[in-house]
Design a protein around this ligand. Structure first.
Ligand code: BDR
Ligand code: CA
Length: 306
């Protein structure tokens, strides 16, 4: 079976850590490059976290550090959700950094895409700054990008602003560039992560699976993307689920715009599911997920992360 070539752009982040494992241990995916972006915590921290995770997973994948601030705005972090380090209080053993490229993430993405035998799928699970820079600096690369499958946005109310989701709120201008790029885009919004839940009994099973499961359990104990007892939200993992198991989802094509100017709504994703604006659809929006089937797939897939 030909593996699907992908690049993951990430800001680990506890749910990013899980998403990375789901992708890296998949036999269907060829993770060619991992790029980091300021988001949940600073660029230095998310890059270190990525290297620590890759060492822990035993995966020698090239990593390139990208944007240290959003295009036009100041960064603000989500350490209240993911901990000061971005990965709770977990103490990782020594990690290797020989896979850290000197190139900027945008240049590394460009080189990886032009050198790939087949078009590459981009999977951003953090703010869209690096992807917007790639499309702006190297617009000729677009035909070599198969599609973008991203975690971000909200159909309804947000988790960062009243109507805005964290990844989009951090860099609305970047999200606007990506959404209006003309590329094939699927957006897996907040509403999906809110149904892709890990409950305490699942977390306990994960803990017993293997060393990676034990590490996840310790991260889950401090993750506030939901509370440990009422269900931890696997936002970024749901984007990987879409990549590997799209049949778990309901989708709808719609016109999607990003609010960049609103006094109170900056970063909101305007998702015109009813076609009220009369504009052409530019994004496939994941509108629902089968939570039981997701759980089954998730637990089986995590178990295979060895
Ligand atoms: C998104 O924000 C981050 O905190 C998570 O890692 C996820 O990518 C959810 O809004
Ligand atoms: Ca993330």
């Amino acid at each position: 079976m030909l593996k699907k070539p992908i690049i993951i752009d990430t800001d680990p982040g506890i749910d990013d850590a899980v998403a990375l494992a789901l992708a890296l241990f998949s036999k269907e995916l060829d993770v060619k490059l991992i790029t980091t972006v300021v988001g949940n915590v600073s660029l230095e921290k998310v890059t270190r976290n990525t290297l620590q995770l890759l060492t822990f997973y035993g995966k020698n994948i090239p990593v390139a550090a990208g944007a240290r601030k959003p295009l036009l705005r100041q960064a603000f972090d989500a350490s209240s959700v993911h901990g000061d380090s971005g990965l709770g209080a977990y103490r990782f053993p020594d990690f290797q950094d020989t896979n850290l490229l000197e190139q900027h993430a945008v240049v590394a993405m460009y080189n990886t895409i032009i050198n790939s035998d087949s078009p590459v799928t981009l999977v951003p699970i953090g703010p869209l700054t690096n992807i917007a820079l790639l499309l702006t600096m190297f617009p000729d690369i677009k035909p070599q990008i198969k599609e973008i499958i991203l975690m971000g946005g909200a159909i309804g109310r947000g988790n960062s602003g009243i109507y805005s989701e964290f990844n989009i709120t951090i860099d609305p201008e970047a999200a606007d560039i990506v959404m209006s790029s003309g590329l094939t885009i699927t957006m897996v919004p907040l509403e999906i992560g809110r149904k892709a839940l890990v409950f305490p009994e699942d977390a306990l099973k994960i803990k017993e699976m293997h060393a990676i499961g034990d590490m996840f359990y310790k991260l889950f104990k401090t993750y506030r993307g939901g509370s440990f007892n009422t269900g931890l939200k696997m936002y970024d993992g749901s984007a990987i689920a879409y990549l590997l198991k799209p049949e778990l989802f309901s989708t709808q094509k719609a016109f999607v715009a990003v609010e960049t100017k609103g006094d109170f709504t900056s970063g909101a994703t305007i998702i015109d599911l009813q076609g009220n604006l009369g504009k052409d659809a530019n994004v496939t929006v994941a509108t629902d997920i089968n939570p039981d089937e997701f759980k089954k797939w998730f637990m089986e897939t995590i178990e295979k992360c060895v």
